[in-house]
Structure formats: structure tokens, C-alpha cells
Design a protein around this ligand. Sequence first.
Ligand code: ZN
Length: 251
Amino acid sequence: MRVLLLSDIHSNLEALEACLAAAPAYDLVVNLGDIVGYGASPNEVIERSRGLGKFFVRGNHDKAVCGLIDIKDFNPAAALASSWTRAQLTTENLEWLRALPQGPVQIAGLPGAQFVHGSPVDEDEYVVTAGDAVAPLIVAPTMVTFFGHTHLQGSFILNGDHVDAIHPAYRTVGQVESSEFPLKNNLPYLVNPGSVGQPRDGDWRAGFAVFDSDARIVAFYRVPYNLKSAQDRILATDLPQRLATRLAAGR
Ligand code: ZN
């Protein structure tokens, strides 16, 4: 089965459409959360995402927008974006967001894979470093865990007594590129497809991945999108301007 993995779209419709246009053939879509927050197209992104299938995990921004968690721990820009998003959403989309499942989620036909927003230990935990990855890898010793939340594309592997971190290497800064990463049998992996709508690894291009569960290969992708349109939509609202400028830097 070929699984299209989308995470951290953050209301960036232009980035989502570019990913869908660049994606190879797939059998199903799994969305790892943070569908909304930061960007200017929350209803459009929810409706487009809902049309892609039924497999979702909720993110912290999804929870904050529908009032499931307090925004007091958010930075000021994130808190403002959360309140703004809530005011934009249709009642139906707000209710749909509130009903999203907490990870880990497993899917029939995909044994050995699970899907979370932050980590299998804690849905809101950030797995950034190899050290952060140790506990979640030990908790799921035979699993490939797909996660998001950090907006950093790559993978962690528990190999004996140490954790290796892998980040795909790309050759350009503005073209569609992909990087294949074969998974060994019987080793636990954490795999982050990257952020569709707000990458933070210095590469402005939208990130996603496709997992071929039969071949056990993850293909990471980066795709350019209509950055100016996404920025202009933000600048036309009351959202903080920095949410537009940061998209160009991939931070
Ligand atoms: Zn996020």
C-alpha cells in the first residue's frame, strides 16, 4: 500500500495544492495533524483535507482552535492565529476539528505502522533530537511511527544502543525533489514527512512523504508552491505579518 503522509498544513492552501499536484499515485492519505493555525485558509484546507480520506490525528493547534486546550502556553503569534482561526471557521468545520482522534492511530492493512502528531508517548511532545527519540522508539520497538509537530523532515532509527538521525539531502532550492529512504526490517523508526504549510528546516518548499508499505521505502518530497499568494492572503488579514514573512525563510 502507498500512503501519502501530510502533516502540519497549518491553513496553507497553496502549499497543500502543490503537494497534491506533485504526489505520485497513492492508495490512501494519512494526515498527522495541525491542519489549521498560522495560515489564512483554514476552512479551505479543512474541506480539501476531508475530501482526501478519513485518516487523521489531531494536532495541538487543532485542539487549541476548538478550545480543547488553553492557548496560554502558545507564543503570542500562535495564540493570535488560533483566535483568528476560530473566528473564521464554519460551525461544521469547528465541530469536525473537535472530533479528530488523539494518536497513536493504527490503520487496518498497515500492520507495524502507527500515526501520531508529536510522539507515541505524548501527543504534544516535540521529537527534535536523537535524544528526544530514544523513549518513543523504545515504546514502539517493532513499529514505524509517523509523526509531525516539529516541522522537520527526516527520520530517527534505533540501531542497537544508539539512535541515528537522518535528514534528506536535496540539490536545489526551488524545484520539485524527492529522496528515497529504505527501511530495514525489524528496526523501530520514527519518520516525519515534514511540514506542508510551514517548514522550519530552512527550506521554504512544502514537505510531504509517501510510504510504500510493501517495499518498505519512504520517499521524502519537497515542492515549491505559490508562496506569494499564501503570504498575500495572510497580509490581507489581521494575522501577524511575521507569519507571512517566515514562510519565505522556511523558519
Ligand atoms: Zn505544527
